[in-house]
Design a protein around this ligand. Structure first.
Ligand code: NAD
Length: 292
């Protein structure tokens, strides 16, 4: 039997409704959750992600303030803006869209954020608190993946989760959260040094692909009945598509859908959840600010 195709758009819609309801409640108390969005350069994928986030914020009754800079912007100028936004009580969250231009040290920029406004969960303090199991803003994509697993009632306790990818924004935090007491999975992390990936992925009850490598995970690499979550978003040139490219994941969907029990599509799987989780993080940041 083919896998259940997880509808990430529908799951995200429910979470966005929750965020909108929370924003409406705060509004009654005179508070509008506000996200400052900093974007440097004109990376087409970044522009499209930022537009998507701004649209979702507006639809949920939240505010976004946009700071767009040319790619040549200096690190000092961004740091000065962050200092202003940190001090601005009407701003509850600050998002720095990645990737930043090469001359800007991302670590320095992220470390300058007030951790109370770090709704992306990338600040070292947020990461440390997350690892220690303390309260922290969870990075949006990992939180989105965990929320999807929960919504689909995919059992995690005692499951073997294999995460392909060890980036600071997806693989690493996700592996960490999956191994937490609450989620209780046993976790294997694969990366470019893993060699024969299939050796590990075939053992996975939950397989999460976050490598940025189109079609990396094929059917013979998947255990029958596994839940497969495809985080990858890759742009493949496609002359027949209106935009000249099409989006594809890290998983060979057509092959794997015949073998897995659950699978997320790309687009329409994890991506919409990432945006919804950003709004929930912002809502929490704003509520905290209001002392609730
Ligand atoms: P990254 O390039 O920072 O990290 C990729 C990781 O995958 C690395 O740790 C690398 O070791 C591993 N990897 C790469 N190729 C591999 C291979 N052939 N075999 C084994 N391991 C391999 O990327 P990232 O920022 O973590 O993003 C990963 C993917 O997820 C990208 O396609 C990105 O566009 C996508 N993404 C999607 C969302 C979303 O909301 N859906 C959010 C963030 C990232």
């Amino acid at each position: 039997m083919p896998a259940v195709v997880i509808d990430g758009k529908e799951a995200a819609r429910k979470k966005l409704e929750e965020a909108a309801a929370g924003a409406a409640a705060l509004k009654k108390r005179g508070l509008v959750p506000c996200l400052a969005v900093i974007l440097a350069g004109d990376n087409p994928a970044s522009l499209s992600y930022v537009a998507g986030k701004e649209k979702a914020l507006a639809e949920a009754g939240m505010e976004s303030r946009n700071f767009r800079f040319p790619g040549e912007i200096s690190e000092e100028r961004i740091l000065a803006l962050i200092a202003e936004l940190n001090a601005d009580r009407s701003v509850h969250g600050i998002l720095v869209q990645r990737p930043l231009p090469g001359h800007i040290r991302e670590d320095r920029i992220i470390a300058a954020l007030d951790p109370a406004k770090d709704v992306d969960g990338f600040h070292p303090l947020s990461v440390g608190n997350m690892i220690l199991g303390r309260r922290a803003f969870l990075p949006c994509t990992p939180r989105g993946v965990l929320t999807l697993l929960k919504e689909m009632k995919i059992p995690t306790g005692g499951a073997h989760a294999v995460v392909v990818g060890r980036s600071n924004i997806v693989g690493r935090p996700l592996a960490n959260l999956l191994a937490s007491r609450e989620i209780n999975a046993t976790v294997t992390v694969c990366h470019t040094g893993s060699g024969d990936l299939g050796r590990y992925t075939r053992e996975a009850d939950i397989l999460i692909a976050a490598a940025g490598a189109p079609g990396l995970i094929t059917a013979p690499m998947v255990k029958a009945g596994a839940a497969v979550i495809d985080v990858g978003v890759n742009r493949l040139p496609d002359g027949s598509a209106k935009k000249g490219y099409r989006l594809t994941g890290d998983v060979d969907f057509h092959g794997v859908v015949e073998r897995a029990s659950f699978i997320t599509p790309v687009p329409g799987g994890v991506g919409p959840m990432t945006v919804a989780m950003l709004l929930l993080n912002l809502l929490e940041a704003a509520a905290e600010n209001a002392g609730s």
